[in-house]
Design a protein around this ligand. Structure first.
Ligand code: ARG
Ligand code: ZN
Length: 889
């Protein structure tokens, strides 16, 4: 059954208050749900239909008296409710079985502790309810449980009462002062300890912040707490949005389908995004924790105070909140260059994950029109492309204009469940003279049209007129259900450089004077020309600076122009981009050439330019690492009409090996000058230095494989053993594994022994092996063997991802086998996972999204594997939707 956006209807009833009482027991939890409801006066009188899943109903009372009800599929239907608009009481007593809840939606048990996950539709697995985000109620929650097993009892809001009960049990009563939709409900009960911090906000509010973890993990909570403190301060400073609760809690669980969840006042997190210390977490982990803690905290306003009217509006909260967490991470950077590094990383995610999604069978608008299973739409399109749409709004109205728009948004909609249109309208209305206001209906095509627009840029220099005419044209390929696309509003930030790399003043023909630096042109037509005047020679255009729009920019740059941009563009994003274009061009040439893969796809000019960057006296280590990292296989594959994954892999490997050997002395220099930078601090400078040293060490081991030289692998092993932090240790281990050196085995064994009790570190250990280079098809058997390892547990999502996803989604060279065995493995795992956790299974099912692009024999084999999954009779809605779309034409 498909749900459609156009079918939205207001609820027939409102639920004003909810009083929940839980008797927590893993085998049999009793839930008493007392609600006060009233009919929605603007909707015709009808039966009350409450959602519920896997619940046993024991009792239903209306105004204290028994009443008749029926069960219709997953709904409890009450037909003879009191007439009129007076509120009435409804009491429902149900039983659920948390320990049997393997899909981790609703109330479940993880390592003896109770957790909940309600977004999007998990609350219905706890009690019968109007499980939709536009029904907002005030919650009172009483938790009762055995005191020794569950000493900590948490729910949303404020603790108003607690105490002992007979038989070694106890209770806690929580009242949430804010109305909320049920997807923001949460409870936690178990043996946990908390790091606590009292803060006074800039507006004088006193708050208690807590990070709850299992008793052994206290030494890994400092960074999450610091990130939370920084988040509270940032939202108040940048947007004037204060913390609206006395108490704000984060709780970590090792069994979680997603990253984290913004339940009001009681965020529940995957341990991966909470726990970190220098010994167990990498710089990337530290950065991810900062941004996810920020993300969930920022939802408190963008998501919770103002929520979504229906799930089609998901990007209203997710796109906006991703934008906010990206800005938060950037604002925490002291150096402008570190901001640029963050921007490049974010764009890389967008282009390697979202662009393929937008070109594949699951392509959907930022605001989808229909779904079979909403869990399938927590996507990079809704999140990351949604964030780009918000970012374009900020570009069009300016930073202050955007802040004013946010202010108006909250003035209008605080406490409401609203739509993406409401948000865009508020930003536009606060900036009536802006391009956004002028172009709003057209701009909103970003919400309604799927697909990545392509922008073609063509520049013509007229020496006589001393002018340069830039023609920008846009187009967008069809996506499922959308054959024709209307033009988008595309902000194109640009600058012009002279051939020797000087930034030129910009003067459009009709301007009275020139401007320095960048300008943002707004492309609204299918094709438009812009003429710049007063130019003494043909300029090199630096287009789409800062990646000002989520588009593919096609521009026929010469190598010389790209080398100029790489050497001199004041815009760091485009400087990096120029290097990527140079590398991509060489990769595509080698891939599309006839015959065997060349061992030397790179030329002297490219290698020289890379050396220049690597040795550059002013550039940051972090930026250098980004430039010296070749475009990913996924990104390269997206540029091809037909993909032979083995050839893409072979060419990229050849490029890497050539870069490793040709720059050997430079890599030695880079390693020696960037390693060991004193006390560990996961700040941008230290992170950048470790990243560049790690890349260099990896390259030196790759180069050593060819010469048979043992020095660098030996050094890598020493660094692995003596590392003072996980980043250096893991980089050294990866260098050995990726270069397939004999020492890799020994190092892996040692690593496992060192960290056998650290689940998140073991995830890295598994992932590294499942993502290892494939020699003669050795990875798949290794992966199958890893699945029999005593530490493997497919029921734990992090562990399943570390082995299965690392192989199927992150190791194309090993996964795409000519014998189809990788695809067979994939289909087996999708079906195996689907039997107990449809959400995780459906994510894995996406790994073959782009099968239609594959060359034979891959394409036929992939199709067969998908068809095998689709033929299974009892598939979940989740997986069914993904494979059905994949097979549709
Ligand atoms: N709202 C959460 C976040 O982005 C994600 C929850 C996803 N849940 C799900 N069942 N798909 O912060
Ligand atoms: Zn979110």
């Amino acid at each position: 059954t498909v749900v459609r956006r156009e079918d939205y209807a207001a609820p027939a009833y409102w639920i004003d208050t909810v009083d929940l009482c839980f008797d927590l027991d893993p085998a049999k939890t009793r839930v008493l749900n007392k609600m006060r409801l009233r009919r929605n006066p603007v909707v015709p009188a009808q039966a009350l239909r409450l959602d519920g899943e896997e619940l046993n109903v024991a009792r239903v009372l209306v105004n204290g008296a028994g009443c008749s009800f029926k069960i219709d599929g997953n709904q409890l239907v009450l037909e003879s409710l009191p007439e009129g608009h007076e509120p009435f009481d409804l009491e429902i007593f149900t039983i659920c079985v948390p320990e049997k809840n393997t899909q981790l939606m609703g109330l479940y048990v993880s390592q003896g502790t109770f957790f909940t996950q309600c977004e999007a539709e998990g609350f219905r697995r706890i009690t019968y309810f109007l499980d939709r985000p536009d029904v907002m109620a005030s919650y009172t929650v009483t938790l009762r449980a055995d005191k020794s097993k569950y000493p900590v009892l948490l729910s949303n809001g404020n603790l108003v009462d607690e105490g002992p009960l007979p038989d070694g049990r106890h209770f806690a009563k929580w009242v949430d002062p804010h109305k909320k939709p049920c997807y923001l409900f949460a409870l936690v009960a178990g043996q946990l300890v908390a790091r606590e911090q009292h803060i006074i906000s800039r507006s004088g509010g006193k708050h208690q912040l807590q990070v709850y973890v299992r008793p052994g993990d206290m030494d890994k909570t400092e960074h999450a707490m610091n990130s939370l403190i920084a988040s509270v301060a940032w939202d108040e400073a940048r947007f004037g949005l204060p913390l609206d609760l006395e108490r704000f809690m984060i709780v970590a669980t090792s069994d979680f389908n997603m990253g984290a969840m913004e339940n009001k006042g009681l965020n529940i997190f995957n341990t991966k995004y909470v726990l970190a210390n220098a010994a167990t977490a990498t710089d990337t982990d530290f950065a991810n924790i900062e941004s996810v803690v920020g993300h969930e905290y920022f939802h408190n306003w963008t998501g919770n105070r103002v929520t979504c009217r229906d799930w089609f509006q998901l990007s209203l909260k997710e796109g906006l909140t991703v934008f906010r967490d990206q800005e938060f991470s950037m604002d925490l950077c002291a150096e402008p260059s570190a901001r640029a590094v963050k921007r490049i990383e974010d764009v890389r995610v967008l282009r390697t994950a979202q662009f393929p999604e937008d070109a594949g069978p699951m392509a959907h608008p930022v605001r989808p029109d229909s779904y079979a299973e909403i869990n399938n739409f927590y996507t990079v399109t809704v999140y990351e492309k949604g964030a780009e749409v918000v970012r374009m709004m900020q570009t069009l109205v300016g930073r202050d204009g955007f802040a004013a728009g946010m202010k108006l948004y909250f003035e209008r909609h605080d406490g409401q469940a609203v739509t993406c249109d409401d948000f865009a309208q508020a930003i536009a209305d606060a900036n009536p003279d802006s391009d956004l206001a002028r172009l709003l209906p057209q701009f909103k095509r970003w919400y309604s049209q799927a697909g990545t627009p392509h922008v073609q840029a063509e520049g013509v220099y007229d020496a006589d007129a001393r002018s340069y005419t830039l023609t920008l044209s846009q187009s967008c390929l069809p996506t499922p259900g959308q054959a024709l696309k209307e033009p988008f509003v595309i902000p194109v930030s640009l600058g012009l450089l002279s051939a020797d790399g000087q930034q030129l003043p910009l003067q459009l023909a009709h301007w009275t004077h020139a401007e320095e630096g960048s300008r943002t042109l707004v492309l609204t037509q299918a094709s438009e020309s812009f003429t710049f005047v007063n130019l003494d020679s043909a300029p090199v255009p630096s287009l789409l600076r800062g990646f000002s729009a989520p588009v593919v920019l096609e521009c026929h740059y010469t190598d010389a122009q790209l080398l100029t941009l790489l050497a001199s563009d004041p815009d760091p994003f485009n400087r990096w981009e120029a290097g990527q274009r140079l590398a991509l061009r060489r990769a595509l040439l080698a891939i599309l050439n006839e015959g065997p893969v060349t061992t030397e796809p790179l030329d002297g000019a490219f290698i020289g330019a890379m050396r220049e960057v690597l040795r550059h006296p002013q550039l940051d280590a972090a930026f250098k690492e980004l430039v010296l990292t070749l475009p990913s296989e996924t990104y390269i594959a997206e540029q091809l009409a037909e993909v032979d994954p083995q050839r893409v892999h072979a060419v990229r490997e050849a490029m890497r090996e050539q870069l490793a050997s040709a720059l050997q002395d430079d890599w030695v220099w880079a390693f020696e000058t960037h390693k060991d930078n004193g006390a560990y601090k996961p700040d941008p400078i230290g992170t950048g230095r470790r990243a560049l040293a790690g890349l260099a060490l990896g390259m030196l081991c790759v180069a050593a494989r060819h010469t048979g030289d043992a020095v660098w692998p030996g050094k890598a092993y020493q660094h692995f053993k003596n590392a003072s932090n996980m980043t250096d240790r893991f980089n050294a281990l990866s260098a050995l594994v990726v270069s397939e050196h004999a020492l890799a085995r020994e190092a892996l064994t040692r690593f496992h022994a060192l960290f056998r009790d650290e689940a998140l570190v073991l995830d890295k250990w598994f992932a590294l092996q499942a993502g290892a280079p494939d020699r003669n098809g050795n990875v798949l058997p290794a992966v199958r063997k890893l699945m029999t390892h005593p530490d493997f547990n497919i029921k734990n999502p992090n562990r399943a991802r570390s082995v299965i996803f690392s192989y199927c989604s992150a190791n194309p060279g090993a996964f795409h086998r000519t014998d189809a065995a990788g695809y067979l493995f994939w289909s087996e795992r999708v079906m195996e996972l689907d039997a107990f956790n449809p959400q995780v299974a459906a994510r894995l099912a996406r790994a073959l999204d782009r099968w239609k692009k594959l060359a034979e024999p891959y394409r036929g084999a992939a199709r067969e594997a998908i068809a095998r999954v689709a033929a299974k009779p009892d598939l979940s809605n989740d997986v069914r939707e993904v494979v059905t779309r994949a097979l549709a034409d």
